[in-house]
Design a protein around this ligand. Structure first.
Ligand code: HEC
Ligand code: HEC
Ligand code: HEC
Length: 87
């Protein structure tokens, strides 16, 4: 019984930790390398409302084409053509 309780606490603690897959598979064949972006961009709040990250409210086509493409265009780094993101 004690073991079960410890295991449950571990699961709950983990679920509460900010966590994201290294590569997030998005719609229409977009593979977003979250890990590489975190390194390249550094500041979580460039994309997230808070430094802890998490789900982005209203994430989808409009957000992506404005923010993903926008940063690539402004920084002259990263893809800006449809086929480079949508494989
Ligand atoms: C270049 C943009 C960008 C940067 C920089 C970035 N993220 Fe993210 N992150 C995303 C996107 C896009 C998602 C997927 C959002 C969604 O599906 O709502 C995501 C997802 C996440 C998730 C998973 C949310 C969930 O519940 O599925 C966490 C946690 C997270 N990011 C934390 C961080 C932290 C912490 C940092 C800084 C160290 C960071 N992110 C930097 C864009 C970014
Ligand atoms: C704040 C700036 C910023 C935002 C926002 C951003 N990127 Fe990028 N992205 C970069 C930079 C900088 C690079 C180049 C990294 C390098 O060459 O080391 C890059 C590279 C890429 C690449 C090519 C390399 C790779 O990782 O496969 C893809 C694809 C990409 N970004 C997709 C996305 C998508 C999809 C989003 C939105 C969910 C996004 N990016 C948001 C800055 C950004
Ligand atoms: C910087 C990367 C990037 C570029 C460049 C880009 N897209 Fe996207 N696009 C995305 C992301 C990320 C999404 C949102 C994926 C999601 O909601 O999971 C998206 C969503 C979409 C969707 C909606 C998919 C759906 O089922 O909701 C369409 C259609 C689309 N893009 C077409 C295009 C076309 C056409 C171009 C060129 C004019 C283009 N995209 C350029 C990253 C990009």
């Amino acid at each position: 019984m004690k073991k079960v309780v410890v295991a449950l606490i571990a699961v709950v603690a983990f679920a509460g930790t900010a966590f994201s897959a290294d590569v997030i598979e998005m719609k229409k064949g977009v593979k977003f390398n979250h890990k590489a972006h975190t390194t390249a961009v550094g500041d979580c709040t460039k994309c997230h409302a808070a430094a802890a990250g998490g789900k982005i409210e209203g994430f989808g086509k409009d957000w992506a084409h404005k923010n993903c493409k926008g940063c690539h265009t402004d920084g002259k780094k990263g893809p800006t053509a449809c086929k480079e993101c949508h494989k």
